[in-house]
Design a protein. Structure first.
Length: 306
């Protein structure tokens, strides 16, 4: 039987260790408690751009990016107290001046006054995080600017609407005998009042947007729909649309009032816009309970999707 000598076993072990040490893409280091590298694998020299002689001859701290030096020194002192280090991130400066991010896992051996460490190059990951954070910052700023613009626009529109309503109040309708003119004045005045109310609600909604949660309340479907129909009464009349409403299954919902009115407005105007040629729109809006779920059902006879 062949018996392996201690020398042969040791040589074989060292051989495999050297291979692992040399071909690893990660940075493998053995450092002394004196702050100098004692052994490094080729990946260290390749990443940092320094020769092995330069890396061995200078303190490890001299390669650390200055803003990270203090936290690196403090963390290293904890390692010297026999506290293993896991996933510690800091920056190093290469010979060409490039900054690279490293994530360290270090294990101290106090009896040898050595630290065995492995580092991964996470520079790409950090760049991706930086780009993502920059994008989020830009989107946040754009959102703030759009909110301010919406707020300003809503306020700017209030003045001419108030002036318009003042003009309607000055009109002496008792001197107008034409029924169509009276109806037109009524429609214009009602539309202006609805627009003013919508702007006021928009401004309130923008103010509330400082809170992430959208305000909800109990809303009567018929009342909300009536407000919308009044604001577009001329459009409905001109299209000769027939609108059938049935909220008998349930009348109220917990929702955002501005949103429900926007839903009604979009659906009705789309039904009128996409009506079949030479055919008046027929629109049905009703509430329905389906397996315990409250549903708002909207249908028309237009050319749109089913």
């Amino acid at each position: 039987m062949y018996k392996e000598t201690i020398h042969e076993a040791s040589s074989r072990t060292n051989y495999h260790f050297d291979n692992f040490f040399n071909i690893s893409a990660d940075l493998i280091c053995i450092a002394g408690f004196d702050g100098y590298f004692k052994r490094i694998n080729p990946a260290v020299s390749k990443l940092l751009g320094f020769t092995e002689e330069e890396l061995y001859s200078r303190p490890i701290s001299s390669f650390v990016y200055a803003p990270d030096l203090q936290i690196t020194i403090e963390t290293r002192e904890e390692v010297y107290k026999n506290n293993p280090l896991l996933n510690f991130e800091n920056r190093y400066v290469t010979k060409s001046g490039e900054i690279v991010w490293l994530s360290w896992t270090s294990m101290p051996v106090q009896s040898e006054k050595l630290v065995y460490a492995i580092a991964k190059n996470i520079t790409h990951k950090k760049k991706v995080e930086e780009e993502r954070n920059l994008l989020l910052t830009n989107l946040t700023q754009i959102n703030k600017e759009l909110t301010l613009l919406s707020h300003k626009t809503s306020h700017d529109l209030k003045s001419p609407i108030n002036n318009m309503l003042s003009v309607f109040n000055l009109i002496d309708v008792s001197k107008i005998n034409d029924p169509e003119t009276l109806e037109l004045i009524h429609i214009l005045k009602q539309t202006s009042e609805n627009l003013k109310q919508t702007l006021n609600e928009s401004i309130d909604d923008l103010v509330d947007k400082t809170n992430i949660n959208t305000a909800i309340e109990e809303i009567n479907l018929k009342e909300s729909l009536t407000e919308v129909l009044e604001s577009i009464s001329s459009l409905v009349n001109d299209s000769k649309a027939a609108i059938h409403i049935d909220f008998s299954e349930f009348e109220n919902v917990i929702f955002n009032k501005a949103y429900i009115k926007s839903i009604f407005l979009n659906l009705i105007t789309n039904s009128i816009k996409y009506a079949k040629p030479n055919q008046s729109p027929v629109i049905t809006i009703n509430s329905r309970k389906n397996n315990g779920v409250n549903q708002l059902i909207f249908a028309d006879n237009g050319v749109g999707f089913d």
